[in-house]
Design a protein around this ligand. Structure first.
Ligand code: SF4
Length: 758
């Protein structure tokens, strides 16, 4: 390999590397929104190219004090960063008495000890994920940093021991660098390393370094990315007259890195060190590294980072999409037990999205929050003008040809970023137009949640009050049946055509309770549509009576039950249910309850609660499993995606879930649902109570045709922390729809039209 690569022309290497990258990461290029914290500019090494290290006389104080560290970190957090990159010189206390004295006075023995304290401070006070970049460290020092960092890094730079630029730098010996890389692997630390190009090394030297990195990664799997960095001469350094690394050498190095490194090692080149950084994409890179909206590049202060808008524009201009990542890559986010100290796991989860990438920087919207979402779909994009290349584009092209998407294609659609999101939404909206036209519907419904007392222990549920619940909001209650009747009378007077009945599973209920509730509704209205009882409630009701489910459902229907809500589905995948709701009905039991209901002529809907602990593959399985049942029974009327509201949810408060979906994920769930159910389920609903009116309007451009119910007395989302109120009226729905110029119509539960009231 080595000899072969040295002999090949650059153009061929570039083409091979770019094609290899396309196979591995497709159109996705990542970056890490970061803030740079230069803990100390003092260093015991004397690398001839470096301006980061300063002599003692040039720095005001040996170290940043904690308040300075926090002020920088807070400005980064406020600007939407995920990463706190701690950069520092190597062991300054061994060279500068002032550094040793400062540390001793502050109560620290070494710079690494102080770094540990500052990383913990930043993590705990700001939630940023510290990345330690402290140079060549011993295994003990790396282990010391592991509980306070999400990842660590050290540039290998070069394995050429004779480089003049490293004379006087004891930490730059190849042996020390390789030992650090190896120890990081043994300690299961997601690790960033890289090579410096143009500091006097040869191409063969660079290949040797890349091969050593690849070998270490093959032993431990810990090298998450390799940086290929070009030398630029800097005023005030010994190498200020040395020519910069030629562009050709940088491109050659990036290309051979892609060809030498294992596929699961990402390849990065800093965008601020090349004038025309877009060309680096042609050499096989898939990451731009840390880019700060707040601080300068302290290692290359003369080279400002491109603004994120420019980075996105250049990336997209080359046919790629830009995605924010965390300081550790998704492969490591997805396997926390192996790669993360327990003290770091929630901090990582809290900032990650469903793919294990970073949440959108600066996005303040989350499900249930009274904050407008970002304008992902401010205007409707015609299908022909929506851009999507790569795998997303291929799947969409298949959809336009009429192909049905399977699990893999659905996962691909959920990976859409940047302009691809608008492309998926445009196709979904086209399918919506063909299926149901332009009309947007709503239903006048009243929720009656007869009890919040529940024997189940769903870990996401902030509504239930039971012996083991956290009892965060409200007191336990059980409505009297007379009160149910009274609320129905009130609902009819308010023009409701439906009551939606759902509640906790009270320990004293048997199946007859649900029959009593139906009778109480009928006492208030002979004909209001009774949409009631989840698959869990009817399964549990039948079980407690020892009655077959079909017979029990038949009795409920005879009493007046008309349709079943699709709640209690959460994620229809037992791997996730085991964690989210371990004592609830299984995936098959949920499907069986709906199969049975459909067989009796009871229609129902599909819900999916997304954004807690599951991944896009689980979403895809949920959609395909419910689609398969629909093909069998035809009984589902609609899809109702329910973004997870995290604020008061026990699983979030116990630091074991994400904070709900991002708005991009929310748009995609509705759009991909529309695409996946094409020809099988015609209606897709936006839950305004979780998404808010402005979010719902955007979703109406992504395949949604229904805004759900007026929801007098919405309790369940509110218990979890949602702030969008308890009720919406026709004027409210109209305010959502009118700016789109689409007609609004009231519907019945099963999508018939309701005549306008005088
Ligand atoms: S989700 Fe339903 S079954 Fe689960 S704890 Fe809450 S009320 Fe009970």
């Amino acid at each position: 390999m080595h000899e072969e690569l040295l002999a090949r022309p650059l153009a061929e290497l570039l083409a091979r590397a770019a094609s290899r990258r396309d196979e591995i990461t497709g159109t996705r290029v990542t970056y890490s929104p970061k803030v740079f914290i230069p803990l100390t500019h003092l260093c015991r090494d004397r690398c001839h190219y470096c301006t980061f290290a300063q002599p003692r006389a040039r720095v005001q104080a040996p170290y940043l004090v904690p308040d300075e560290v926090l002020a920088i970190a807070r400005s980064g957090a406020a600007a939407g960063c995920h990463e706190a990159l701690f950069t520092l010189g190597e062991r300054p206390e061994l060279r500068y008495p002032a550094a040793a004295g400062w540390l001793a006075e502050a109560g620290y023995a070494t710079t690494v000890d102080y770094l540990v304290a500052m990383a913990a401070l930043v993590r705990d006070e700001t939630g940023l994920l510290p990345h330690g970049n402290a140079g060549a460290l011993s295994a003990d020092e790396l282990a010391q940093l592991r509980p306070v960092t999400a990842s660590q890094g050290m540039m290998l730079e070069s394995l050429n021991a004779g480089l003049a630029c490293h004379a006087g730098s004891p930490d730059k010996t190849p042996g020390r660098r390789l030992a650090t890389l190896e120890a990081a692997g043994q300690l299961a630390i997601p690790f960033t390393t890289g090579i410096l190009c143009g500091i006097g090394e040869s191409r063969a030297d660079r290949l040797a370094a890349l091969e050593a990195i690849a070998a270490s990664h093959r032993r431990h799997g810990h090298v998450q990315e390799v940086i290929v960095q070009n030398f630029l001469p800097k005023q005030g350094t010994a190498m200020h007259l040395t020519p910069p690394c030629p562009d050709e050498e940088l491109l050659w190095s990036a290309a051979v890195a892609r060809l030498v490194l294992p596929d699961d090692v990402h390849l990065q080149a800093p965008p601020n060190l090349s004038d025309d950084f877009g060309v680096l994409l042609g050499a096989g890179i898939d990451d731009w590294g840390g880019v700060s909206p707040v601080t300068i590049d302290h290692v290359n202060p003369e080279r400002p980072w491109p603004a994120l808008e420019r980075l996105a524009a250049v990336t997209e201009g080359h046919g790629f999409t830009l995605a924010p990542r965390l300081t550790l890559y998704p492969r490591y986010v997805g396997a926390p037990a192996r790669w993360l100290d327990p003290a770091m796991r929630f901090a990582v989860m809290d900032r990650s999205d469903a793919e294990g990438l970073g949440r959108e920087p600066g996005e303040r919207w989350f499900s249930g929050a009274d904050v407008d979402p970002p304008p992902l779909l401010p205007v409707q994009v015609p299908v022909g003008r929506a851009r999507a290349g790569g795998a997303v584009g291929e799947v969409l092209a298949g959809v336009l040809l009429g192909q049905e998407v399977g699990v893999d294609e659905i996962v691909t659609l959920f990976s859409a970023r940047g302009p691809e999101v608008a492309a998926v939404a445009a196709v979904a909206d086209d399918l919506r137009r063909s299926a149901v036209g332009e009309v947007v519907t709503w239903v006048a419904t009243r929720n009656i949640n007869y009890t919040n007392i529940c024997t189940f222990k769903c870990r996401f549920c902030a509504f239930s009050k039971g012996p083991l619940s956290l009892s965060l909001r409200g007191d336990p209650y059980l409505l009297e049946l007379d009160e149910v009747t009274r609320r129905v009378v009130e609902a009819v007077e308010a023009g409701c055509t439906e009551v939606c009945l759902q509640g906790g599973i009270h320990p004293n209920f048997d199946g007859d309770y649900y029959l009593d509730v139906i009778r109480a509704v009928r006492a208030g209205s002979p004909d209001i549509h009774i949409h009631g009882f989840t698959a869990l409630e009817v399964t549990e009701g039948a079980r407690r009576l020892g009655e077959p489910l079909a017979a029990y459902l038949g009795r409920l229907m005879a009493a007046g039950l008309k349709t079943l809500p699709g709640t209690a589905a959460e994620i229809l995948d037992d791997e996730i249910r085991a964690e989210l709701c371990p004592d609830k009905i299984t995936t098959e039991e949920w499907l069986e309850a709906h199969r049975c209901a459909h067989g009796l002529g009871l229609r129902s809907n599909v819900t999916i609660m997304f954004g807690s602990i599951e991944r896009p593959r689980h979403w895809a399985r949920h959609l395909v499993r419910t689609r398969d049942l629909q093909k069998e029974t035809g009984g589902f009327t609609e899809l109702v995606p329910l973004p997870f509201v995290h604020m008061a949810s026990p699983i979030y408060l116990q630091r074991r879930s994400r904070r709900g979906p991002t708005f991009r994920e929310t748009v995609l769930m509705h759009a991909v649902g529309r695409i996946a159910y094409r020809g099988w389920i015609d209606n897709v609903q936006a839950s305004w109570v979780k998404i808010g009116p402005h979010g719902a309007r955007q979703l109406l451009q992504a395949g949604v045709n229904d805004l759900g119910g007026t929801l007098m007395d919405e309790n369940i989302s509110r218990a979890a922390g949602a702030n969008h109120g308890q009720m919406m009226d026709e004027a409210g729905f109209r305010a959502v729809v009118d700016p789109l110029g689409r007609p609004l119509e009231q519907r019945t539960t099963v999508y018939g039209r309701v005549a306008a009231r005088a």
